[in-house]
Write a protein that binds this ligand. Structure first.
Ligand SMILES: O=P(O)(O)OC[C@@]1(O)O[C@H](CO)[C@@H](O)[C@@H]1O
Length: 393
């Protein structure tokens, strides 16, 4: 494997930077929103107050002594980062630990009556139940008459642009939830992606999901199409083992999305039937691996996950956070080849992502110059540009 080129790991300690604003503004806003959404008791309010103080002004503290994943987090960096400011440790680490501590504060891990109550569920549900979701499902009725390649293209792009605005992102990005017309992709390796999924083949597709609701629905539609057309013989959907980054999909969110599709009419219900039966006969399975919520890049994945990705025909990573973890949460030169940063990955891999953070690789110098001339630095974080990148070597 060629040596990974050097680029600095992103921290959150530069005032005025995007990562700093996430720690200083987005996290307190998330605490406010969660607090408002549930009739929590005094213990939970106290714990949320403590988290707010700690994550904005304090230092990283330990996990409770009885936390089931304490040893795991110690290995994942807690042993090194405890006692340091949340702003001075890797930004990816700080964000992940924030969500882990938020779940502690509301009693997710139990024991007690609040065990397993997802603090983000009301927001995810509202999105799934929104009229915009109905409109998107009704639009599917235009697909059945089209040639397979056009349907595949439409569903791939539906899944890509479904990532445009996650719920956490909408708290701080003005207008990011709106559906403006999609601009051209800043990188497009979709031909390489399709070359691994020919119709009538034997491919195993792994899709590492990102957000629930209006991103997960088009992800499921894409999977349904690939299975129905034989572009994939088997699909594995990786979701999060616990609520994370506000809208990230868990098993419960997949079940909600499948119910939503099943209750729809027209073409949407047909896709639901494909998915339902593929789950029943094992062609579509779900995984909720602990590493999916790890505060680390995928270069540090455990052996069992590495073996799973190695066995897949193609692994597709959805979304911004998964992209950061796939290529490493570093300030790469934007022209660093994508394939150089994913060289460690044990099999063919692709990313479908809208750009919502500073990390970017694999662009041509001309594209970077054009984006910078038009938008300064905003193109990196505004959620208005997207890419399809693949390393199929
Ligand atoms: O992974 P997703 O849902 O596409 O985006 C996650 C995100 O909202 O969270 C991070 C900041 O907290 C950024 O990487 C990104 O904007």
């Amino acid at each position: 494997m060629p040596p990974t080129p050097f680029a600095p790991v992103i921290l959150g300690n530069e005032p005025g930077s995007f990562p700093h604003s996430v720690l200083a503004e987005r996290h307190p806003a998330i605490i406010r929103q969660v607090r408002d959404a549930f009739p929590y008791g005094p213990g939970q309010h106290r714990a949320l107050d403590e988290l707010l103080k700690s994550c904005t002004e304090g230092t990283v503290g330990p996990l409770p002594a009885d936390a089931p994943d304490r040893a795991l987090w110690q290995r994942w960096g807690l042993a090194d980062h405890a006692g340091r400011s949340w702003y001075d440790v890797p930004w990816l680490w700080s964000e992940s630990y924030f969500y882990r501590r938020l779940l502690d504060a509301v009693g997710w891990f139990g024991p007690g009556a609040w065990q397993g109550v997802d603090p983000f569920r009301p927001f995810k549900r509202a999105e799934l139940d929104a009229p915009a979701t109905d409109e998107e499902l009704t639009a599917l009725d235009a697909l059945p008459g089209l040639p397979e390649e056009e349907r595949a293209h439409a569903l791939l792009h539906g899944s890509l642009w479904g990532n445009r605005a996650d719920l956490g992102f909408r708290l701080s990005a003005e207008g990011a939830g709106t559906r403006d017309p999609a601009p051209a992709l800043v990188a497009d390796d979709s031909e390489a992606l399709w070359s691994l999924l020919p119709p009538g083949g034997t491919a195993t597709l792994v899709l590492v999901a990102d957000n629930a609701g209006r991103e997960l629905v088009p992800d499921l539609l894409l999977i349904a199409h690939l299975l129905a057309e034989g572009r994939a013989a088997r699909a594995v959907l990786h979701v999060k083992p616990y609520p994370y980054y506000v809208s990230d999909a868990t098993t419960a969110d997949v079940v909600d999305a499948l119910h939503r599709l099943r209750a729809a009419s027209g073409a949407a219900a047909g896709y639901a039937r494909v998915l339902w039966s593929a789950m029943a006969d094992g062609r579509l399975t779900m995984r909720a691996h602990p590493f999916s919520c790890a505060p680390l890049p995928y270069a540090e994945m455990p052996d069992d996950l590495r073996a799973e990705f190695a066995a897949a025909t193609l692994t597709v990573f959805k979304g911004d956070l998964n992209y950061r973890r796939l290529v490493g949460d570093r300030l790469w030169a934007p022209t660093t080849p994508f394939q150089e940063t994913t060289g460690y990955f044990p099999g063919p891999v692709a990313a479908l992502r809208t750009l919502k953070s500073d990390v970017i690789t694999g662009l041509s110098a001309a594209t970077v110059a054009e984006l910078e001339a038009a938008e300064g630095r905003r193109w990196r974080t505004g959620g208005t540009h997207a890419l399809i990148q693949a390393d199929v070597t």
